[in-house]
Design a protein around this ligand. Structure first.
Ligand SMILES: *Cc1c(COP(=O)(O)O)cnc(C)c1O
Length: 360
């Protein structure tokens, strides 16, 4: 079997060493006579995984001591609703920045639960830029300000965390967490689905400042209440043990690569050479403004839509898959998360140079 380079936006590719590690201990984990999927989530064997992964994530991201780290079941999208339910009492409002389709979905979900003030939007630019902070129409009484630090579909990324002083900043970091160091202290709450940079689907990590717990609306379903999960060390329900175990392996792998400083060096190099390939051609095009181009998801178009099918077929023949763009943006998208080796990016660039020569 030859493994392909999977450029899909999510679920994303995993390091082969992690898959081999998981395979090797699939039947028996830690001398238990059973797999990690079968061990008790409250037993000592799983507690070691839980504690180790929490400590490693705290160290890698330099998460201050007054933040809780929750490993929760289910999709990131659950938190489009859980955030308003936890941080804003009835009648409150919240500020949202609209920078792409994921922001838009977060806004639409929040609007079911509270009054949303869209403080700035780049929808008129087709989501190819980030409105400057100086233009945000922040409200004085918002319970929090929500941003999507990396827009997975549009390929737009906040390369700096906005400075909002004492306002509570909330970030959906599903497609950028662990790609480079960030100042967690500037956020009140971060949430991220695991299936892009932290493992597999079925797990979402929430990092929340302790003073924001205990503010949930009366009547909140208990499994959506961050305080319930914080008090139970994320073991209030049967934990998503296998996804959590894989996240622990991914965190160790990142640690072994040299942590987030080193991930940033590699990720920036991968992204820079990929954008250079696009920009140096008159054939490929990426519409995003230079100061907010994503390091993780890079949409690009070919000179005509008719070429898309040919590009997809020929690239797949070279073992380069998952390149079809999101229907909203069209064209192609290369997602180059942490686990995409630089070699995979190099091969894609070689393929694209050749394709341009044959079809340009
Ligand atoms: C993938 C993604 C989501 C949705 O993740 P699910 O786990 O499928 O809910 C939300 N936000 C962003 C930015 C994403 O990239």
């Amino acid at each position: 079997m030859t493994r392909v380079y999977n450029f899909s936006a999510g679920p994303a590719m995993l390091p082969q060493s992690i898959l081999e590690h998981a395979r090797d201990e699939l039947l028996e984990y830690g001398g238990n006579g059973m797999s990690v999927m079968e061990v008790n989530h409250r037993g000592s064997s799983f507690a070691a995984i839980a504690n180790h992964s929490r400590d490693t994530l705290r160290r890698l991201m330099a998460i201050p001591d007054d933040y809780k780290i929750l490993f929760l079941h289910g999709p990131a999208r659950t938190h489009f609703a859980a955030v308003p339910l936890n941080l804003a009492v009835d009648g409150a409002r919240a500020d949202y920045v609209d920078t792409g389709l994921w922001s838009k979905m977060a806004i639409e979900e929040a609007e079911r639960l509270l009054e949303v003030n869209v403080v700035a939007s780049s929808s008129e630019q087709n989501y190819t830029s980030i409105p400057p902070l100086s233009q945000w129409q922040l409200s004085d009484d918002a319970a929090y300000v929500h941003i999507t630090p990396n827009e997975t579909i549009g390929g737009v990324e906040f390369l700096d965390v906005p400075e909002l002083g004492s306002r509570v900043l909330v970030g959906d970091m599903s497609s950028t967490i662990l790609s480079r160091p960030i100042d967690v202290g500037k956020f009140g709450l971060i949430y991220a689905g695991a299936q892009k940079n932290m493992g597999i689907a079925g797990l979402t990590v929430v990092i929340v400042r302790e003073d924001l717990l205990g503010r949930a609306r009366p009547g909140i379903p208990s499994m959506l209440d961050y305080q319930v999960h914080a008090e139970a060390d994320s073991l209030a329900c049967t934990a998503p043990t296998f996804a959590w175990y894989l996240a622990a392996l991914v965190l160790d792998w990142i640690d072994g690569q040299g942590g987030l400083e080193q991930m940033a060096v590699i990720n920036k190099r991968k992204a820079d050479k990929f954008y250079a390939c696009i920009d140096s051609s008159n054939f490929y095009h990426n519409p995003v403004k230079a100061d907010c181009r994503s390091w993780m998801n890079i949409p690009f178009t070919l000179p005509s839509d008719e070429m898309d099918e040919v590009f997809l077929r020929e690239s797949a023949e070279q073992g380069l898959v998952g390149l079809k763009g999101h229907r909203y943006v069209g064209g192609m998208r290369a997602s180059i998360y942490n686990a995409m080796p630089e070699e995979g990016v190099d091969q894609l660039i070689d393929f694209m140079d050749g394709f341009m020569q044959r079809h340009g």
